[in-house]
Ligand binder design. Structure first.
Ligand SMILES: [Mg+2]
Length: 319
């Protein structure tokens, strides 16, 4: 199925494990045990561990409890309080069995405990189980942000990503570009070929847009029915218009027959582009409205084309 390909294709690399222990010998033992199956990272103290979690985003942390300054419990509490690191699975490693400590650890959000001295078979099995659970919940999370029909990001995902890009571009004073796309005469396509063919068409178009917009930090989402939206951070109007024109051309090149279209014998798409250097005091809706207006104009002027405009945030703020 398309979604499986999309999600599984996104992460072909090994899962990442961070080993945290103040004793080098303990790290060495675990490293030897796990290095063949996982990408291993190491930290010698709590602060380093938190740092690594933010930078590396491991799937799992094997976390020693007894460490000077910041102990394992403090590190775990820190990770679970930060949205950036809260999904990382934590297994505590403790010197000996202590029921109170285990209760405390699970309350803090740990998923398991391993006791020293480490038993290789048990440790490997527990790590494997937790990695499997983590991968499954990651998959569920990503599916919740994907459009079920087309496999590109959904509207919810768009609504989460836009404010993040808005803030980032306003901080860096970089242009942010949005492309709104709408398949031309899609209603008559459905009337002519039926909804099953309509769905096939939506999938092909979505895949083509996704292939055309290829920087990792760009977003392609299904905005609604036959509408798609792209968010391109650090992109000016010239760059955004270029990408939009590539999309428009690539949809024609799919050669999906559309006999009831009034502009072509094939399926075509219209694009509205809007660019802004955002500021914090202006709502991101301004950009959506501007792109929507350009899309409307592109439709009015014959469809199968791109129109774009720059939005001046400074002027808007003073209005
Ligand atoms: Mg220790």
């Amino acid at each position: 199925m398309f979604i499986d390909e999309y999600v599984l294709g996104a992460s072909p690399e090994k899962c990442k494990i961070l080993l945290v222990d103040d004793q080098v010998v303990n790290i060495k033992i675990l490293h030897q045990l796990l290095q063949d199956d996982y990408d291993i990272y190491m930290a010698r103290d709590g602060h380093q561990a938190i740092d690594m979690c933010n930078k590396v985003k491991p799937d799992l942390v094997l976390l020693d409890i007894e460490m000077p300054i910041l102990n394992g419990f403090d590190v775990c509490a820190h990770l679970k309080n930060d949205p950036n690191t809260q999904d990382i699975a934590v297994i505590f490693i403790s010197g000996h069995f202590d029921e109170d400590k285990e209760v405390k650890g699970f309350k803090l959000g740990a998923v398991d405990f391993i006791h020293k001295p480490i038993n290789p078979v048990i440790t490997k099995a527990r790590v494997k189980n937790q990695i499997k659970l983590k991968s499954q919940s990651d998959l569920l999370r990503s599916i919740a942000l994907l459009d079920g029909l087309t496999g590109v990001a959904n509207r919810r995902s768009f609504e989460q990503v836009l404010p993040v890009n808005w803030l980032q571009c306003s901080r860096e004073q970089q242009p942010l570009t949005m492309i709104l796309l709408d398949i031309d005469f899609f209603k008559s396509f459905n009337d002519t070929y039926g909804h099953t063919e309509g769905d096939v068409c939506l999938r092909q178009v979505a895949q083509k847009i996704h292939d055309t917009v290829n920087r990792p930090y760009d977003l392609v989402a299904r905005y609604g029915g036959e509408e798609f939206v792209c968010i391109l951070p650090n992109t000016d109007l010239i760059g955004g218009t270029y990408v939009a024109q590539q999309i428009v051309d690539s949809i024609v090149s799919l050669k999906i027959a559309h006999e009831s279209s009034q502009v072509s014998s094939y399926v075509t798409i219209s694009a509205g582009v809007a660019t802004i250097v955002p500021t914090r005091d202006v709502s991101a809706n301004i950009l959506i409205e501007a792109a929507d207006k350009q899309l409307y104009l592109a439709k009015n002027r014959g469809r199968n084309r791109v129109l774009g405009a720059e939005v001046m945030a400074a002027e808007l703020a003073t209005v």
